[in-house]
Design a protein around this ligand. Structure first.
Ligand SMILES: [Zn+2]
Length: 82
């Protein structure tokens, strides 16, 4: 089922979904990367985030790319926010 702006939230069944840009933080083996400005729909009641079809895959690919970058940048082992 397609999720679009104005749809009823499937999580709380009270809020409506609004278009927003969100941030997502990913962590892998002590490395942390953050992606800003992801287009998403956010429930105005419970803040559940819904990504449009296809966006999830793109975010995962972007996160993977950032992790690779972080591994190169940090031969040491401290946490990084890209
Ligand atoms: Zn909700």
């Amino acid at each position: 089922m397609e999720v679009k702006e104005g749809s009823l939230c499937k999580s709380c069944r009270e809020g409506k979904l609004r278009k927003r840009e969100v941030n997502q933080t990913f962590e892998r083996e002590g490395l942390e990367v953050k992606i800003d400005g992801i287009p998403a729909l956010v429930c105005d009641s419970c803040r559940q985030i819904y990504f449009p079809p296809g966006i999830g895959d793109k975010i995962a690919a972007a996160a993977n790319g950032l992790f690779k970058l972080s591994e190169i940048k940090h031969a040491g082992g401290y946490r990084a926010v890209v």
